[in-house]
Design a protein around this ligand. Structure first.
Ligand code: COA
Length: 157
């Protein structure tokens, strides 16, 4: 592998409070209704599975999930704008899938806005299936937007 390729290899760390500034900056540029810094603080301070993706010491993405028994709920998965459509979102999702498989999770599920076409394409191409709709789940310009619920078995029940 050339040094140019290896310098773009992502690696992962547990999210901690020193990451929150970078995480929040990415969050703000990524969502119309971003999580507050306090929500991230609560997630890292409590029992959520919080990981960051870095390249050359730059934080370029993060994923936050809650684990209840053998189910993983992805609550936030995000890649910094300049690094999108380069395969990092899929790598981050694959990293999480492997990690939760290792702790014996059987099912991963999440919600996604129907308008979020790139995220939907990613999840469907990774084998997630639509399992339902959560009515009026997300805030939106004209009130609320439904969420599509997606799920994937990562191990047999
Ligand atoms: C959704 C998100 C995480 C995808 O990350 P990414 O690094 O851009 O995605 P990847 O480059 O790994 O691409 C994975 C797949 O997503 C889809 N995709 C990515 N960018 C896309 C785009 N601009 N248009 C359509 N589909 C796209 C494609 O199916 C792609 O697979 P392919 O390259 O084999 O066709 C990223 O767009 C993001 O952070 N968005 C803002 C936060 C967000 O919406 N998170 C999801 C909440 S449910």
């Amino acid at each position: 592998m050339s040094s140019l390729q290896s310098s773009f290899l992502p690696y992962y760390e547990d999210m901690n409070t020193s990451h929150l500034e970078d995480v929040f900056n990415i969050e703000k540029e990524s969502y119309g209704y971003p999580w507050s810094k306090n929500i991230f603080y609560d997630c890292v301070s409590n029992n959520y599975l919080c990981r960051v993706m870095l390249i050359n010491d730059n934080l370029i993405g993060y994923v936050i999930s809650s684990i209840v028994q053998d189910e993983c709920h992805i609550m936030n998965l995000c890649i910094q704008k300049e690094y999108r459509s380069l395969g990092y979102g899929r790598q981050l999702l694959n990293y999480l899938q492997q990690e939760v498989k290792n702790i014996n999770c059987k099912l991963i599920f999440l919600e996604c806005r129907p308008s979020n076409k790139s995220a939907l394409k990613l999840y469907l191409s990774e084998g997630y299936n639509e399992i339902g709709i959560r009515k009026n789940y997300y805030p939106a310009v004209n009130g609320y937007e439904d969420a599509i619920m997606l799920a994937k078995y990562v191990q047999q029940k």
